[in-house]
Design a binder for this molecule. Structure first.
Ligand code: CTP
Length: 416
């Protein structure tokens, strides 16, 4: 995802510096051109050679250690100005204090100063050092200047204390780099609301009705929206998936819970994408206690009632010009363009049935996917989707769910 991107890592002297070898390696695997600058103290924890081997680029520790070529492009300036993203990790109290106050007296701090790209700072230190008012003040100052702070984790620290101050795991740091620079921010300023996963409809305290949805498609949609700069709310039924970076997740269980959360969040959303496999039916009553077997219960029947159709409800709140008309009691009236996208899962007459849903639910687009085609459907990481709008129909080939999500947003952008 980072083809053609230039990522600069600034490694300073904390024990967590060893984790940065993994970070560098993961970024290289994402096809980034990775450059590393280190403080002298960082080399006490991990060698420059480690990063050189992993990144295939010269690692700079000393500002005056210049190659002949460097007389033309002074490294601390060219590395800073050519970066698409800078990550300072681990960031010690010392480097935080220096950057916050414009001090540039080593390779890391001098390289950060000319950078014009997103700069991420991951503080990592003893819990009491982190709580120190001066350190906190410097962190606030950095935020105010537009630097992005990656919150340290809580846990057992190398110094023996328990508390906040751990450098997050390499995967988390890489996610933040992707969020900062992987994609063009063409959804900046838009609120994207996504629902995903199955719902669970309780029968009694130990049993429920559900479906095979893994939530993968919706999570890809939420992840890609965040990477493209949107503010994203993901309303999720029970899944085993991690929340994508930069996404606010609201957990729900039943179709009713999902309806309530979606209706509340829809008010100020610009784009709503509904990929959840919402139960169409729920037990009429939920037993207070576990239902026990008895001798005359052969052929037991559980009476079901229809759930509310969330997509249809939100679709009915838009008038024909696509303007939201939130006149219901719980809504404040807003006058803005809102795009609503549904997914349609069919085992027969895919396009015909999906077109009907486009009309009956007043959606702007239906993404039709067949359960019976190999490579499409619930559990896999790929999908085969046909995007149907009132005006056209685009058949996408087999692709990853992340790629499908990108295509959906490419199409939505043309609809605004
Ligand atoms: N949907 C919803 N609320 C429901 C049921 C479905 O919001 N109670 C949404 C789904 O999230 C999806 C779209 O409606 O975006 C189509 O869902 P699908 O299950 O394919 O169709 P249904 O509406 O359930 O219709 P049918 O039972 O006829 O297939």
């Amino acid at each position: 995802m980072l083809e053609g991107k230039n990522i600069l890592l600034g490694v300073t002297g904390g024990i967590a510096a060893y984790k940065m070898a993994d970070v560098a390696s993961m970024l290289v695997k994402q096809h980034a051109d990775v450059h590393v600058v280190m403080t002298e103290n960082a080399t006490k924890f991990i060698t420059a050679e480690t990063f050189q081997v992993l990144t295939k680029n010269k690692v700079y520790v000393d500002v005056f250690d210049e190659e002949p070529d460097d007389y033309v492009n002074v490294p601390h300036v060219s590395l800073g100005t050519s970066a698409d993203c800078v990550l300072i990790a681990p960031a010690t109290a010392d480097v935080i204090g220096k950057i916050a106050n414009g001090i540039a007296d080593d390779m890391v701090t001098t390289t950060v100063l000319p950078a014009r790209c997103p700069i991420l700072i991951a503080p990592s230190m003893n819990v009491y050092m982190l709580e120190n008012v001066i350190v906190q003040d410097n962190i606030k100052k950095l935020k105010r200047f537009g630097y992005q702070i990656i919150e340290p984790d809580d846990g057992h620290l190398a110094c023996g204390y328990d508390g906040k101050g751990k450098l997050p795991q390499p995967e988390k740091l890489v996610e933040q780099v992707l969020l900062a620079c992987a994609k063009e921010k063409d959804l900046k300023g838009k609120k994207v609301l996504v629902d995903a996963g199955p719902t669970q409809e309780a029968i009694d305290p130990v049993r429920f009705i559900t479906n095979h949805s893994s939530g993968k498609m919706g999570y890809s949609v939420a992840k890609v929206a965040a990477l493209r700069g949107a503010s994203v709310v993901l309303v999720s039924g029970p899944t085993n998936l991690d929340t994508p970076a930069g996404v606010k997740r609201i957990d729900v269980t039943s179709a009713e819970d999902m309806y309530d959360a979606m209706v509340k969040e829809a008010v100020d959303s610009d784009i709503i994408i509904m990929s959840a496999a919402v139960a169409d039916f729920t037990p009429e009553t939920v037993a207070d206690n576990k239902i026990k077997k008895n001798s005359d219960d052969e052929g037991m029947v559980i009476p079901l009632k229809r759930t509310k159709d969330i997509l249809k409800t939100l679709g009915s709140m838009k008038d024909s010009s696509g303007t939201v008309d939130f006149t219901a009691d719980s809504f404040k009236v807003e006058d803005k363009k809102q795009i609503i996208v549904g997914f349609s899962m069919e085992t027969e007459k895919l396009i015909e049935n999906s077109r009907k849903k486009l009309e009956s639910k007043n959606a702007d687009m239906i993404c039709a996917n067949s359960l019976t085609t190999e490579g499409a459907g619930y559990k896999v990481d790929t999908n085969i989707v046909t995007m149907i709008t009132k005006d056209d129909m685009i058949e996408l080939p087999l692709m990853s769910k992340d790629e499908v999500a990108d295509k959906i947003f490419d199409k939505i952008i043309t609809m605004f």
